[in-house]
Design a protein around this ligand. Structure first.
Ligand code: GDP
Length: 289
């Protein structure tokens, strides 16, 4: 699975060369740009590695591979990627543009948390389309979560969020995942809606995480589309989906640096089990190997 977004193939030629030379740097640059690290990180990493290679006086490509791993790990280490779910109930708001994989992610996340023995309720606060609520209900069920649905189409999303948290408190459910709308053409209205949801939730319980779901295959364009969420939704973590269909593993680092927000979960497939926590060390290992 990792093979798709791993730099392995792109780097292999470089690391079997007898010596580091100018071609090595060109190939490294191409590999990093192709993997969507973006020009700034690519330039900074190469500059860092050139400086280290000069300092240690090495010409061995194996040293370069190790230094690349270290350099990427250092950059990843600037972010705290752990999920903060210690409150009871822990309330997680899930936001993002339609089509990025938000519904699927909620089901997968419920499943992921169930494996740690947590009880979960999903709040269907995207109340606009009944079909979307049904789809969410299917995923919630697959993930082993309860669901609080709107009582009628178009019910105030904040009131659904309110009812979901009330349900969690009454039943002792540990984690609340609140789905929200992602219709971009009503951007202003959507941000007002999210602000209201947050305000209503915070009257009952603190919000532990606001997770913005981004699709790796749309890369930087997807981040641009999600700009309004980044500015107004109080995002605390990113979920990167569809990494399995993408050759763009570098997006995970570039999006963190561009937004200043840590990546907390990775979606790597359409199945219920295809969501993992984000462990930078493991990720870099897979990326560079
Ligand atoms: P939403 O509109 O944001 O709620 O998006 P959905 O959850 O309905 O997902 C949209 C499409 O993306 C569906 O076909 C999902 O199966 C697919 N999808 C979601 N996450 C992933 C992932 O990690 N990998 C792949 N390959 N497909 C995904």
């Amino acid at each position: 699975m990792a093979e798709r977004w791993s730099l392995g193939r792109a780097l292999r030629g470089m690391f079997v060369r007898p010596q580091i030379d100018e071609n090595t740097w060109d190939e490294l640059e191409t590999a990093l740009i192709t993997a969507d690290f973006g020009p700034d990180i690519t330039e900074a990493v190469i500059e860092d590695l050139r400086e280290k290679v000069a300092r240690y006086g090495t010409t061995d490509p194996a040293d370069l591979q190790r230094m690349l791993r270290e350099s990427l790990e250092e950059r990843f280490a600037r972010f705290d990627t752990t999920l903060k779910l210690t409150e009871r109930p822990a309330v997680v708001l899930v936001v993002g543009v339609n089509g990025v994989g938000k519904t699927t992610t909620i089901g997968k996340f419920a499943h992921f948390l169930r494996r740690y023995g947590r009880s979960i309720v999903v709040g269907a606060a995207d109340t606009f389309r009944a079909a979307a609520v049904d789809q969410l209900a299917t995923w919630a069920e697959r993930g082993g979560a309860a669901i609080v649905r709107p009582q009628h189409e178009g019910q105030d999303p904040a009131s659904v969020a309110f009812q979901t948290i009330s349900y969690a408190k009454e039943t002792g459910t540990e984690i609340v995942l609140v789905d929200t709308a992602g219709r971009l053409h009503t951007k202003g209205g959507l941000m007002d809606e999210l602000t209201k949801i947050r305000r209503v939730i915070e009257k009952q319980a603190p919000i532990s995480e606001v997770l913005l779901v981004l699709d790796a295959t749309t890369g930087q364009n997807g981040v641009k589309q999600a700009e309004a969420f980044l500015q107004h939704a109080g995002v605390t973590g990113l979920v990167i989906t569809k990494l399995d269909g993408s050759a763009k593993g570098g997006f995970v680092l570039s999006v963190q640096e561009r937004t200043g927000i840590p990546v907390k979960l990775l979606g790597q497939g359409e199945g219920i089990g295809d969501l993992t926590g984000f462990t930078p060390h493991v990720f870099v290992e897979q990326l560079v190997s």
